[in-house]
Ligand binder design. Structure first.
Ligand code: ATP
Ligand code: MG
Length: 370
């Protein structure tokens, strides 16, 4: 990765009331403090992040969290990357092509620079002790707390199921198990994950209070937001694997051009960066800015009254240039499927050892280590 898009998007499209409900401004301020602490002493941090194997990763993932993951890894922060295969079933009855999607995720990770020698890539279903943490954790949260999670509400609205499953309501507690099994204290995420992080902190605090005997069994992890905590898709809503509005990292240059050409904009010809009133145009400007390592205002000034078509041309060129090396590496790794499987096998083994040790500590704390 050649560029470091830290200067872009100081004020990102997140100042609306939905974002405030998620606690975005506070998390952004905290993220700035964390950045300084990480630079001072990366060895004090352990990261857990991950994705659902529901399709290929896209630009929303990349600028929302993936770029941060690789940056942290390269700074010397220990990292666990979970492929959340059980959580695919939160919003659908059947997990289609799971093996294929898992391999695609591993490919995406390797292509962007996750290094299996330094970071652990693993799947939920291969780590039984992690999943067992869900039981005590669920006892620490109320049904009312699970019910009022704004991200879960949004996902139910977009779900393709006719009825809502229990897994949909409980997966944020499952995510607490994902984070706490390795005692991670830092979680680079997009804005939608903030309520889940808050629940994880609550669970950690309550577990310590109830079973810790004056000591902390679990840390209270922090969310680390990037400069693009909510990148919009081509339809103007959150870019998402499941909404058919995403530009994937693996897309070729022509497909990228076609998708960006069809992206929603607005009727005003003069291009300005104003996330509150012009969310679609602003998200495109932010995307170009992140790729160019400039600010969205600078990109907007360049385009001025040339209009949406010129904006889209700029975005297409910037994205294709930025993703070029990532796409080339992806093609190379795709030729060695055995290596992908071996990466996952080793990662699963490492994650199992960590989870077994944490579960042993939990059982001891709960007086159930007979
Ligand atoms: P799905 O539609 O299957 O839920 P998704 O695209 O929402 O897929 P997830 O696997 O749920 O992706 O999310 C993985 C991570 O990427 C999370 O940290 C999430 O916050 C982040 N992320 C996903 N979409 C975006 C986006 N559009 N902008 C910023 N961050 C994002
Ligand atoms: Mg999602």
């Amino acid at each position: 990765m050649n560029t470091t898009p830290r200067s872009a998007g100081a004020d990102v499209p997140s100042s609306d009331s939905a974002a405030d409900e998620l606690g975005t401004s506070a998390a952004q301020a905290r993220s700035a403090v964390l950045e300084e602490l990480i630079l001072k002493d990366p060895g004090k941090f352990r990261v857990l992040t991950g994705d659902r194997p529901t399709g290929r990763l896209h630009l929303g993932h990349y600028f929302g969290t993936l770029h941060n993951r690789v940056r942290l890894q390269d700074l010397g922060v220990e990292m666990f990357v979970i492929i959340a295969d059980y959580q695919v079933l939160t919003d659908r009855d059947v997990a289609d092509n799971l093996t294929g999607h898992v391999e695609e995720l591993v490919l995406d990770y390797l292509a962007i620079g996750v290094d299996p020698a330094r970071s652990t890539i693993f799947t939920h279903s291969a780590v039984p002790a992690l999943n067992q943490l869900l039981l005590p954790f669920l006892s620490l949260v109320s049904v009312a707390e699970l019910n009022r999670n704004p991200t879960v509400k949004d996902e139910i609205a977009h779900s393709r199921q006719s009825s809502v499953s229990g897994l949909m309501f409980t997966y944020p507690a499952h995510q607490a198990a994902d984070i706490l099994f390795c005692k991670a204290n830092l979680v680079p995420v997009g804005q939608d994950q903030l309520p889940h992080l808050e629940l994880t902190r609550t669970i950690a605090r309550r577990f310590n209070d109830r079973y810790g005997n004056g000591a902390d069994v679990f840390p209270q992890p922090d969310a680390l937001l990037s400069n693009a905590p909510l990148l919009l898709g081509t339809d103007g809503t959150k870019m998402s694997k499941s909404r058919g509005n995403a530009i994937t990292l693996a897309a070729d240059a022509d497909e990228t051009a076609r998708l960006i050409k069809g992206a929603k904009t607005d009727s005003e010809r003069h291009i300005t960066y104003d996330p509150a009133t012009r969310p679609e145009v602003s998200s495109l400007l932010l995307l170009a800015a992140l790729c160019q390592n400039r600010t969205p205002q600078q990109v907007a000034d360049d385009i001025g009254s040339a209009g949406a078509a010129a904006l889209k041309r700029t975005v297409t060129e910037s994205v294709n240039e930025y993703l070029g090396p990532i796409r080339a590496r992806r093609t190379q790794y795709a030729q060695d499927r055995a290596y992908l499987r071996e990466t996952l096998r080793e990662g699963n083994e490492r994650a199992r050892a960590v989870a077994d040790s944490t579960l042993a500590g939990v059982r001891a704390a709960m007086n159930s280590d007979y």
